[in-house]
Design a protein around this ligand. Structure first.
Ligand SMILES: [Zn+2]
Length: 415
């Protein structure tokens, strides 16, 4: 920090990034029955962009995301089925402003590509939301934030992340929270969202989804950029694959973020002493993932059941991940059912309300109760399809599917 070449935008980021180092250390533990992972750092970056192309603190953020992906993938190699043990992975940061991430394979190795635009959109939206008093009002001093009347139709401005100033758009100012605590929470949420995104991509790979989709094509790929699909059987199956990749990412990240040490660390970082640390950890986790899905699907249809796209509706994905995470936390004794409703209301429900209040892309046009019903019933339908596909998913997965443990009662499906 303190680099004189920093832009005014970069100077707004002033936190210490200690929490991330700890999270990296605890990475993948829940997936591997509590075994300690030995970290080994690899200097084998082969990005289209390198961390050096990014302005601080994004250089460190990009490096963390890539490193986490490599560490997780390496730690799983012992558990892979024999034919996949030696398979290598390449994580690329693509110099493209689109909001996308994708997986493919090339020349005998797998590739995860995260587009530069994903960083820009995720940061822009999360900072923008925290600068809105109606969003997460219980954290920091929300009254210090100013309501704003005119958002561009496409939503919050992207945060410029590259050192190269020619990529910046001077006409669309980035919105930052005024309150420093809310600024810090924005950082935590954005880090979590990016972490979830890279593990979601790795979930597609280790879930064997590329092999499932390969069929007669020589090259298969899965992109997070939503595509319209005409055949209901095809999009229903793609939804199952997305659900499986979400389950993988959720399995890896939710336990890490809500374990005792991380929960206490995150709560102390933002002085949220009025919260139980586990409740606060769960709340921030659900916020981060819920926003990520909303950001990834700017063109979500208003009518959930009419969605004919490659991905489930973002509110449905959030509902499933939230239900799974909450169920795990309850079964582990970390929280009680009596707190669950409040946490769901303060997280996924708050996102949907703010999204609608600001008329952000793909917002809910229905009364909140009706919307919650539609989200809940569609989520249950997807959950059942996911369960029905278990035999196929088990057959193709490159390692035993330990992440498929979505045991939760139907009562937890409301948002
Ligand atoms: Zn996906």
């Amino acid at each position: 920090m303190g680099c004189s070449k920093q832009s005014p935008v970069a100077r707004r980021f002033s936190w210490e990034r200690t929490a991330d180092v700890d999270r990296l250390r605890y990475l993948a533990q829940p997936l591997l029955s509590g075994e300690e992972i030995t970290l080994s750092h690899h200097a084998r970056y082969a990005h289209d962009l390198t961390p050096n192309d990014f302005e601080p603190p994004f250089d460190g953020i990009v490096e963390d995301v890539v490193q986490k992906g490599y560490v997780l993938h390496e730690s799983l190699s012992d558990y892979m089925r024999p034919q996949w043990k030696q398979r290598s992975l390449e994580i690329l940061i693509v110099d493209d402003p689109s909001l996308n991430a994708c997986v493919t394979y090339d020349d005998g190795r797998d590739q995860v590509s995260i587009f530069r635009g994903a960083f820009e959109h995720i940061y822009g939206t999360i900072l923008g939301l925290l600068s809105t008093p109606a969003f997460f009002p219980a954290i920091g001093n929300a009254e210090a934030e100013m309501p704003f009347p005119n958002l561009p139709r496409e939503g919050f401005a992207r945060v410029p992340v590259l050192r190269d100033a020619s990529n910046r758009d001077p006409d669309t100012p980035v919105r930052f929270p005024n309150d420093q605590t809310r600024m810090t929470v924005a950082q935590i949420l954005a880090d979590l969202a990016l972490e979830f995104l890279v593990y979601h991509e790795i979930g597609h790979i280790v879930g064997g989804h590329l092999e499932i989709l390969q069929g007669n094509q020589r090259l298969a790929s899965i992109s997070e950029f939503e595509q319209a699909i005409d055949n209901p059987a095809d999009y229903a199956f793609r939804h199952v694959l997305e659900c499986d990749a979400d389950a993988f990412a959720c399995h890896v990240t939710s336990g890490v973020h809500t374990n005792d040490k991380m929960a206490a660390l995150v709560r102390d970082l933002v002085n949220a002493s009025k919260w139980h640390s586990k409740d606060f950890a769960l709340l921030t986790y659900l916020m981060a993932i819920g926003i990520l899905f909303r950001v990834l699907h700017p063109h979500a249809t208003a009518n959930i059941s009419e969605s004919k796209s490659s991905h489930p509706h973002p509110a449905v994905r959030a509902c499933l991940v939230a239900s799974s995470t909450v169920a795990r936390a309850v079964f582990a004794g970390a929280i009680t059912w009596s707190r669950v409703n409040d946490i769901m209301k303060d997280s996924v429900r708050n996102i949907e309300d703010v999204w609608a209040g600001l008329f952000l892309p793909g917002h809910n046009p229905e009364p909140p109760e009706l919307w919650a019903q539609h989200v809940g019933s569609t989520a249950m339908g997807l959950f059942r399809s996911y369960g029905n596909a278990r035999a196929l998913l088990d057959r193709y997965a490159r390692l035993p599917r330990r992440w498929d443990d979505w045991k939760w009662p139907e009562t937890s499906s409301s948002v």
